[in-house]
Design a protein around this ligand. Structure first.
Ligand SMILES: Cc1cc2nc3c(=O)[nH]c(=O)nc-3n(C[C@H](O)[C@H](O)[C@H](O)COP(=O)(O)OP(=O)(O)OC[C@H]3O[C@@H](n4cnc5c(N)ncnc54)[C@H](O)[C@@H]3O)c2cc1C
Length: 408
């Protein structure tokens, strides 16, 4: 039994993390992915790895586990522009690293490719373009299945220096936020929709118009990208002997969708569980579930407050920073369970999550995609209409769209 090979479904962040840890421990590991390569799900968008939900710096934590963050490109940030719903822009900042921006995709410097190189060097055999039955696998790391929310963005050339803006705005990003990330001449403007809309591009065009009015972007569109997030709380993380990790296990940040840290951490913990170094179920409940529950409670509140609440939250954030001298303190507080969030949890579970049985027999409390509200329908601005037409022209000349409205 000791020499039996391990089989992992999904060569994304969680699957490759688990595979590397197992292979480093001398195990034979096979990873299967339906797509042609790791990162193919994403196609070159920027994502932020948060550094506020747990106290060790995440890259230090990765190194302790034997993973190598220098295998992929990352840019650290200690400050962002925070755009309040009334368009006031302030700057949360910290003396440490608030988050790191990485690129997702199949290029050499992307996190997916770095994790792939790490796994291959450890001796993992990765089989791309292969459909394997989950029943034949020990770890299920196949990413999201259902949509609870979507993100939709445009990647463009720009001559603006490296920069990140986070915008809280219920009109441009229903129920959520939008962001601008610029790294080394490439920009991404993305809007996140936590209420299901018929035309996501309307929101993206209007969001781009908003950023163009405030930043000298000199934007030249390259492609449009996006994806869905699956937010659910399963009853168990080991089911019929199989370990569920990353988004396949519903391990996601319900508030913002910062799922990468959860994916890598759960992949590592599953491998350690298999190696007998920890109890996976217990570790997930101890380390990740309190964060998931806090983020779900915050999501419940965000769903209710709209722009007026976003405005208060943004103001409170800046007030808290002034008092404590650290913008990260507020984010850490948001994820700490605390008595208020604990008391609210039964209401959150009852009213925001729906119990369902998945085809593999697992029972989960799933967060359904919320319906659009009346206030989500508004007339696009002339600038947004022009941006839509610009994209149509760019698209006709061959630009790539990796995410369709119908993908939601
Ligand atoms: C547009 C967008 C923006 C995001 N931004 C951020 C961000 O800024 N910060 C952050 O932390 N998180 C972000 N996330 C979330 C983050 O990307 C995910 O939580 C994380 O990638 C989940 O990792 P995973 O290993 O569970 O899944 P993935 O990394 O998606 O890997 C799953 C893999 O399984 C494969 N697969 C799927 N089905 C099968 C099957 N049947 N058989 C075999 N293989 C299969 C897929 O091809 C894929 O390679 C974002 C998500 C989206 C969609």
């Amino acid at each position: 039994m000791d020499n039996a090979p391990f089989h992992i479904l999904g060569a994304g962040l969680s699957g490759l993390s688990a595979a590397t840890i197992l292979a480093n421990a001398g195990k034979e590991v096979h990873v299967y992915d339906v797509r042609k390569d790791s990162g193919a799900r994403f196609d070159g968008d920027f994502q932020g790895i948060e550094n506020w939900t747990s106290s060790p710096d995440f890259f230090d934590e990765m190194k302790q586990w034997g993973l190598k963050p220098d295998y992929f490109k990352s840019n650290s940030f200690d400050v962002v522009d925070l755009a309040h719903p009334d368009d006031v822009i302030t700057q949360p900042k910290t003396e440490s690293i608030a988050f790191r921006v990485v690129e997702r995709g199949t290029d050499e410097h992307c996190i997916d490719q770095g994790m792939k190189r790490m796994a291959i060097e450890a001796g993992v055999k990765i089989h791309y373009g292969v459909r394997k039955s989950p029943d034949e696998c020990d770890i299920i790391a196949a990413g999201p299945k259902e949509s609870s929310a979507v993100a939709f963005g445009e990647i463009f050339h720009t001559d603006h220096p490296n920069h990140v803006t986070l915008q809280l705005n219920d009109k441009l990003a229903p129920g959520a936020y939008s962001y601008l990330i610029i790294i080394d001449g490439i920009g991404l403007i993305c809007t996140c929709l936590w209420r299901k809309q018929k035309k996501s591009s309307r929101y993206l065009n209007e969001t781009i118009a908003w950023y163009e009015e405030r930043y000298e972007l000199n934007r030249k569109p390259i492609k449009r990208v996006g994806g869905k997030g699956d937010f659910s709380l399963p009853k168990k993380y080991i089911h019929k002997g199989r370990y569920y990790v990353g988004e396949a296990g519903g391990l996601q940040d319900f508030m913002w969708g910062f799922g990468m840290r959860y994916a890598i951490t759960s992949g590592v913990l599953a491998a350690k569980g298999i190696l007998g170094e920890c109890d996976y179920e217990l570790e997930i409940r101890k380390r990740l579930i309190p964060l998931v529950k806090s983020s779900a409670t915050n999501r419940f509140l965000l769903n209710r407050i709209g722009d007026r609440g976003f405005k208060l939250a943004a103001r409170y954030w800046m007030w808290d920073q002034k008092r404590k001298g650290d913008g990260l303190a507020f984010l850490r507080w948001l994820y700490s369970p605390g008595i208020f969030r604990k008391l609210l949890w039964p209401i959150v579970k009852l009213s925001m999550l729906k119990k369902k049985e998945l085809p593999d027999g697992r029972v989960v409390n799933h967060m359904p995609f919320r319906k659009a509200l009346k206030r989500d329908i508004w007339e696009p601005s002339p600038a947004a209409l022009e941006i839509g037409k610009q994209w149509d022209r760019v698209r006709k000349s061959g630009a790539h769209l990796s995410f369709n409205e119908s993908d939601t």
